[in-house]
Design a protein. Structure first.
Length: 372
């Protein structure tokens, strides 16, 4: 069996594809996989790291601005739309897959479209509550649309859909809170985990300074915070606020979190963006959260992701336009000082979790390919 996967641009599109491939590989070790990614996307690093081969095409999206720079970029996109389709078709014909799976991002558009035109069965997986443009365009070309959440259903009219959830790493499902706290050297005081993504979200970093500095001074909370690639200024901001992070044992301030299952398991409260995979991990662990959706994403999908949890009583939201140090402190204190409310958030979050997404997706694959 040969499976072609296409998805890229962000880890939120790449990691689901890797999880799908990894699970199918466990079930059917003889399966051959090939990924198609954007030439300059992070998939060029993540896919080989996971042990899968990847081929490249060059594709980009249209910009809405009418500035000369944006118009020039849109002309390049038009040319790339033609050349990427030809490149995708060539790769597909060479690999001859039995199935093509798209997980979103610009790169999945020409790959899934051309695979469908060549008569290859196709599936797409949508990670967000508000679907991306690419998946909405592809929905009528595929055998089935796999959704992460029920809230996405209304956006796919007259097409076969199934709610599978987002694939979640096995370590997320098995991490233990007490063991994780022991591993991190944490005590019984409340633990806050905060992050804004691998690059770092400046607005989140700025808003967290006051809360973390206060904890450094009074020791009320233990705090793990990742400031990201472009947030190297953050420790100095804490020093300006009167706190030396290296001298505060209750503060763990670092550029990246490379042991997320352990850190999230240890946390009583998570403060983060509202990316689809992050939210699926929060739900799988039943973690109360304060969500700060990024306004700089396609179709404002992080806001819709966050509101799915807010409406279920599983999280609080602070929109970036209302974000401040005082707002974060107010919500964090209110949640952490009310154990009954915190427990209810945790219970509601856990209820939303789909922890067998890999099995559900594999069932769809078997159904489409008529596998026993």
């Amino acid at each position: 069996m040969k499976i072609l996967l296409a998805g890229g641009g962000t880890a939120g599109h790449i990691n689901p594809a890797l999880a799908i491939a990894g699970y199918i590989k466990q079930k059917r070790p003889d399966t051959e996989f090939l990924f198609i990614g954007n030439k300059d996307g992070m998939e060029q690093r993540l896919v080989p790291q996971a042990g899968f081969p990847i081929r490249s095409i060059t594709i980009s999206g249209f910009q809405r601005s009418l500035s000369p720079k944006s118009m020039a970029a849109n002309l390049r996109t038009v040319r790339r739309t033609v050349t990427s389709s030809a490149a995708a078709k060539k790769i597909i014909k060479e690999f001859q897959p039995d199935l093509c799976i798209g997980t979103g991002g610009y790169v999945s558009g020409p790959v899934v479209r051309d695979a469908a035109r060549l008569g290859i069965p196709c599936l797409i997986h949508e990670q967000n509550a508000y679907p991306g443009v690419t998946n909405k365009m592809l929905a009528h070309r595929v055998q089935k649309v796999m959704l992460a959440v029920e809230a996405a259903k209304p956006y796919f009219k007259d097409v076969p859909v199934v709610v599978t959830g987002n694939p979640v790493r096995g370590e997320i499902l098995t991490a233990d809170k007490a063991e994780s706290r022991k591993q991190l050297g944490l005590d019984q005081r409340p633990v806050i985990l905060s992050f804004g993504g691998s690059l770092g979200a400046q607005k989140i970093n700025e808003a967290l300074v006051d809360l973390i500095a206060r904890s450094g001074k009074n020791g009320r909370y233990q705090h793990i915070h990742a400031y990201g690639k472009y947030g190297g200024w953050f420790p100095d901001k804490l020093r300006e606020a009167g706190v030396e992070p290296d001298d505060c044992p209750n503060l763990d301030i670092r550029p990246y979190i490379d042991n997320m299952p352990v850190c999230m398991a240890a946390a009583d409260l998570v403060i983060s963006r509202a990316g689809a995979i992050t939210l699926s991990e929060i739900q799988a662990m039943g973690k109360p959260a304060i969500l700060i959706p990024s306004p700089n994403v396609a179709e404002n999908h992080q806001y819709h992701n966050a509101m799915a949890l807010v409406d279920a009583g599983a999280a609080e939201i602070i929109e970036e336009s209302n974000l401040s140090g005082a707002a974060v402190i107010e919500k964090a204190d209110a949640m952490l000082h009310d154990e009954a409310t915190l427990a209810k958030f945790s219970e509601n979050s856990k209820k939303m979790a789909i922890t067998n997404a890999n099995e559900r997706i594999y069932s769809v694959v078997k159904q489409v390919l008529n596998l026993l």
